[in-house]
Design a protein around this ligand. Structure first.
Ligand SMILES: [Fe+2]
Length: 439
């Protein structure tokens, strides 16, 4: 063993690596090879590309650097499956990923096996501490792509005229019904009509606090350094805004009245002809909402959190409701000490669930939808990106994006923590992104 990496830590990291690799393949089980080729919008990527790119990460940043004499699976793959690391190699244009009919799915799966076998040999051979850090980073990277794979498939199936379901009702990635303890637990939910829990604003005192990751456990570079922030007293809603509430905003002219909107948001409404959240379709005088479990009428999903909306829509709703969006530091202060529990990927729901399920629960700030905060995505004071090409992972996107917090119904629970910062540009709508109001 190296002097600084304990055998226990090495075993934990090896299992985390294997679990991340297994889970990505498990998420592809309901997909056909044709499904896995679809790239239905420029932001999305085909599932087959996700399978290859997550493998590329381990080959590029682990095997090529830490395994002397490592044999590349294919000499073209290092540039072909590079996503955006300019200092690593050139890479194909993102919007062309759906043209990757070759390599075949079979070849991509063989690539995964080749890299996994080499990673197992590395894990057996007493990897040095930097290699172990990168294995953990690679597992976390793969978990991010698991969420992207599902959000991308949701978009792909939404654009398919047949509106296929990724999973039927009652089947989960890890079926919750096997673990439910009875009524009132946060179990699998089919989005049946139910009354939403009344929205209450919990009060927080504010004051001088610390934000950012604390301790030695894994975090991304953008969660550091921990630093002091000043918070005025604030209130945070006990639950997310529901589809039913959002429908009231729409019925009140939400998308027709510029007074609710930021200037750039109103421009986006007009130029994109937005009238509703991304997966809402008007049919026979009513709205239908497309989910990974198929399409359902709004009436059945009224008490479930609204999702797939942009920052601009979240902000306009808050303006209409006479409230505001929280800052990322208010959200972080509100979850301090809370376990990461909620409607996350592990629940198997794959879609935001009814807030009535919260009736018998302590308030949770995790899961269902990432919440848009009104904080711009910036480096914390003293922020230092990782060395080398990995420094491009997070830091170079710190311009023109907003921070989202809290995880979604397709985020692995082990992936997030109170300091975790997701980020997207304010017009982004294809993520599981929703609204938690602040006052
Ligand atoms: Fe990536």
């Amino acid at each position: 063993m190296s002097a600084t990496a304990s055998p226990v830590l090495q075993t934990i990291l090896a299992e985390r690596f294997r679990e991340a690799r297994r889970q990505t393949l498990a998420l592809c089980e309901p997909l056909t090879p044709e499904d896995m080729m679809v790239q239905s919008c420029p932001e999305a990527s085909p599932a087959k590309w996700h399978l290859a790119h997550t493998t590329w990460f381990f080959e590029s940043f682990l095997l090529r650097e830490f395994v002397p004499g490592y044999r590349l699976f294919n000499a073209d793959f290092p540039w072909l499956f590079n996503s955006y690391y300019e200092s690593f190699s050139p890479f194909p244009e993102k919007r062309l990923r759906s043209s990757f009919a070759r390599p075949s799915l079979e070849e991509v799966l063989a690539y995964r096996k080749h890299v996994d076998a080499a990673m197992e040999r590395l894990l057996e051979r007493d990897p040095d501490p930097e290699a172990l850090r990168r294995i953990e980073l690679g597992a976390n990277h793969e978990e991010q792509h698991q969420e992207l794979l599902l959000t991308d498939i949701l978009h792909a199936f939404f654009t398919n005229p047949l509106k296929p379901k990724y999973r039927d009702q009652g089947s989960g990635v890890r079926d919750q019904k096997d673990r439910d303890e009875g009524p009132g637990t946060r179990g699998q939910n089919n989005g049946e009509r139910g009354s939403a829990l009344p929205m209450i604003f919990e009060r927080f005192e504010g004051g001088l606090r610390e934000a950012g990751h604390a301790g030695d456990s894994f975090c991304f570079d953008n969660e550091l350094p921990r630093h002091r922030v000043w918070l005025e007293p604030f209130g945070l809603a006990n639950r997310l805004v529901t589809c039913g509430e959002y429908a009231q905003f729409m019925a009140d002219g939400g998308y027709r009245k510029p007074e609710f909107w930021l200037s750039a948001g109103w421009d986006a409404v007009k130029s994109n002809s937005w009238r509703a959240p991304l997966y809402w379709t008007e049919k026979d005088g009513g709205w239908r909402i497309f989910t990974l479990r198929g399409e359902q009428p709004l009436e059945r999903l009224e008490s479930t959190p609204v999702s797939q909306i942009s920052y601009y829509e979240a902000d306009a709703y808050a303006h209409w409701a006479g409230q505001r969006l929280p800052t990322e530091f208010e959200w972080e202060a509100a979850v301090e000490g809370q376990p990461v529990e909620g409607n996350l990927l592990d629940s198997g729901n794959l879609t935001p669930v009814s807030t009535e399920l919260l009736q018998n629960q302590n308030t949770t700030k995790w899961g269902d939808c990432w919440v848009w905060t009104c904080s711009a995505y910036l480096g914390y004071p003293g922020f230092k990106p990782l060395n080398g090409s990995l420094g491009e992972y997070n830091g170079k996107f710190m311009s023109g994006q907003m921070v989202l917090r809290g995880g979604s119904c397709v985020t692995p629970a082990a992936h997030i923590r109170s300091s975790y910062r997701n980020f997207f540009s304010p017009e982004t709508r294809w993520q599981f992104s929703g609204i938690r109001l602040a006052s």
